[in-house]
Design a protein. Sequence first.
Length: 394
Amino acid sequence: MKIVIVPSGFKECLGAEEVALAMERGVRRVNHFMDVEVIPMIDGGEGFAKTIVNLKGGTLLYKEITGPVGKKILSFFGIFEENGKRTAVIEMAAVAGLKLVPHHQRNPLKTTTYGVGELISAALDLGVDKILIGCGDSGTSDGGAGMAQALGVQFFDNNCRLVAINGGEDLMKANSVAITNIDPRLATVTIDVACNWTNILCGEKGVARVFGPQKGATPEQVDQLAVGLDHYAALIQETVGIDVRSLPGSGASGGLGAGLIAFTGAQLHPRFDIIMNYIRIEEKILTADIVFTAEGSLDFQTPNGKIPSEVARIAKLNNIPVIAITGTIGKGAAVNYDAGIDAYSSIIQKPTTLENAMKNAPLWIEESTESAFRQVAIGLGIAKKMYYKESVKP
């Protein structure tokens, strides 16, 4: 039997590689000699840069930049060379991710993407030909205005005075935008962005209303963010002639997608589609007899382009069964059966604290995978007995 393990990471807990190795240990508890292929998967969030750079034999470069709450932090980006071209890989989560925002400061009205712009500038300093940006696991909702400022975009108030956009709450202060001082080197590179294609900037399904609460926003703050992002979209349209309100991916990472489209000329892509260009998993999944995947939380949003559902979509091309191991099972998780996931289970088997769950996650993932595979083994044993009985009938 061939088993392929293709998990995502557990946000703010374990990276995809750590999850994958724990799952492999679980399978090998049942049969140490099982044919197992492990493919840690990324979706543009945590682990994006390190995974791609490792696969491409590149290098991680560290740089002090402005973190999401305005304080200096040590972040990183990757560089690799292929076919004579140099590509920089920037992971939004490592610059302005939710994990970098202390719990008592989780208010997307006050977090910034300025550091993303600083890393883009650092990549340009190295003369790269291409920049690949992973949008995911963000702790911001400033529409990418912070990033834009770091690259030379200027915002002015009603009195034509320069204003600083330090978070979503400042978007309403801007009355006009100037792009005359934007870094000219942006015109010399290709910028591709891996993002959640279903996220849009504005409206009832806009990023403020869908993801603001997850980043710590109260209902009142969600309303304020929504109004600010609507205003910001109007400024973008007035300045560069692009209506970003409902463009696919425009709401990615708190609207960073919109800012990248408007001010850097970036192309947004469904995250799984572009990542597949760097991590070729389809042929490996199609060699499997059974596929295991994983995600920190399985719920009604999982079929919207998240790793387990994309893995299941590929597996179903050959009717390969898929089992998902998840940290928690959220609202509407049953829709994943229709998305191609045949079974799922949570690693949390009894009431516990978040701290304890995060501490024990590697062991619990291992145990849950073992349990799931033992159930598969039981099913195979029953099937063999039934086949044998049928074959020996007189």
